[in-house]
Write a protein that binds this ligand. Structure first.
Ligand code: ARG
Length: 463
């Protein structure tokens, strides 16, 4: 027989085992052991199908299926010794199964290959992560809805270019993120629906001559159907890329929000107070309360998008079908998934715990000439000025207020009339921020009535 150090799974044609370096570069067991439960679920479904189609006996299938449960419990209990010589989770599980049940274990790998096996396992793993992301997003959206509902009519400055633009409501700002995370949620659901086809039974690449039933295994594993082309089934990693790109876009949203929280929690803004539970102190400056969770969430998009780029690069030049390059998919996805879930949970916690400082928000909302557009609109609506002229008159009034170091409502009527003689006392009614926000009732606008309608719409959607 073969050299005893050659791989017991495929060593038949090998006279010697691999060099230690070869073993090190080849092995994936260090990370793909995370797919043990999926691997065993896939193998159990495959064994049941082999028996149902008469490819193996019922008693062999029974021994295999029970033995696999024993292997799973050993792994879950931490009693399993993973072997680098056995390369990956698939061969580690099968080798241990052989130790436990003997000869029938060798019949499990009939009509399949590690190529369809790994694609199946990895899909099951990614699918679980999409489900976890869905839960995380729903929890985050619900935390944002609570904030929006509580502060539907709290005024704050709205920004463009991070310059004060117009007053908006706190609820409106929170609901902007609900829209973003809502789109992320729909991307997660789309990705899940699209990926849910079973590669199992595609075998190495060409299908198999055994009378397998791919519908049966697909159903047993919760897939909607078997993948229709065996070449594609073993070489497709779109599902992993779609996972990573969905995660990247969501992480980008998380990062933008995190950036706002970092700014808002600073002493210069004081828009929000983050809870002690989601802040840290400084070892040297006793006054500091740092928004570390927000900063780390802001950073996560770097590694998640990095994973997306890395896997794109791995895949882009690969001829059909499977190449070992594809083993490099897992660490990227594992790391991105871990960090995406962590970022979602941390953001949810921060949002639930944070306090909006209503007074600081209101004070900031009224400064920076935030109602200049309302003044220009008044000139159009009441005096009948063309908007361009109204814009010019308002700009002149802003310049006056600025040179006096006051805000627009602090200018006297006489000062206003120096700029345009027809301005009346009525103009002051539009210079207040409350008026400003209440007037913006267009669909999707910042008026509390609109914000409350959007909160209700989301509550109805989420049920
Ligand atoms: N460990 C491998 C991977 O993660 C499993 C598939 C190996 N297939 C093969 N033909 N060598 O991709």
């Amino acid at each position: 027989m073969t050299d005893t150090t050659s791989n017991q799974m495929w060593g038949g044609r090998f006279a010697a085992g691999p060099d230690a370096i070869m073993e090190a570069i080849n092995a994936s067991i260090g990370f793909d052991q995370r797919m043990a439960a999926q691997d065993i679920a896939g193998s159990r479904a495959h064994a049941a199908m082999l028996a149902a189609t008469g490819v193996i006996t019922d008693s062999d299938a029974k021994a295999i299926r029970e033995g696999l449960l024993t292997v799973l419990s050993e792994i879950e209990a931490g009693d399993f010794t993973f072997s680098t010589a056995l390369e990956d989770i698939h061969m580690n599980v099968e080798a241990r199964l052989k130790e436990i049940i003997g000869e029938p274990a060798g019949r499990l790998h009939t009509g399949r290959s590690r190529n369809d096996q790994v694609a199946t396992d990895f899909k099951l793993w990614v699918r679980d992560q999409l489900d976890a992301a869905e839960s995380g997003l729903l929890a985050l959206i619900s935390a944002l809805l609570s904030q929006a509902e509580a502060g539907a009519d709290w005024v704050m400055p709205g920004f463009t270019h991070l310059q004060t633009a117009q007053p908006v409501t706190w609820g409106h700002h929170m609901m902007a993120y609900v829209e973003m995370f809502g789109r992320d949620l729909s991307r997660v659901r789309d990705a899940r629906a699209r990926m849910n086809e079973s590669p199992l039974g595609a075998a190495a690449l060409a299908g198999t001559s055994f009378p397998i039933d791919r519908d049966m295994t697909a159903k047993a594993l919760g897939f909607d159907r078997p993948a229709a082309n065996s070449l594609d089934a073993v070489s497709d990693r779109d599902f992993a890329l779609e996972f990573l790109s969905t995660a990247s876009i969501c992480a980008m949203h998380l990062s933008r929000f995190a950036e706002e929280l970092v700014i808002w929690s600073s002493a210069q803004f004081r828009f929000v107070t983050l809870s002690d539970r989601f802040s840290t102190g400084s070892s040297i400056m006793p006054q500091k309360k740092n928004p570390d969770a927000a900063e780390l969430i802001r950073a996560k998009v770097g590694r998640i998008f990095g994973a997306n780029t890395a896997l794109m690069m791995v895949m882009k030049g690969l001829p059909l079908t499977y190449s070992k390059d594809m083993q490099e998919d897992k660490e990227q996805v594992f790391d991105a998934a871990d960090n995406w879930m962590l970022a979602l949970a941390a953001m949810e916690g921060m949002v639930r715990d944070m306090t909006a400082n209503r007074d600081s928000l209101a004070a900031a909302a009224g400064s920076g000439f935030s109602t200049a557009t309302d003044l220009a609109d008044w000139l159009v609506r009441v005096l009948g000025l063309p908007f361009r002229d109204a814009h010019h008159v308002t700009g002149t009034l802003v310049a006056r207020a600025e040179s006096r170091g006051c805000d627009l409502p602090d200018l006297s009527l006489a000062e206003m009339q120096e700029v345009h003689g027809d301005i009346t006392q009525d103009v002051y009614s539009v210079l207040g921020v409350e008026n400003s926000i209440n007037s913006r009732t267009s669909y999707g606008g910042t008026a509390p009535v609109q914000v409350r309608a959007q909160v209700q719409r989301w509550k109805d959607i989420l049920g």
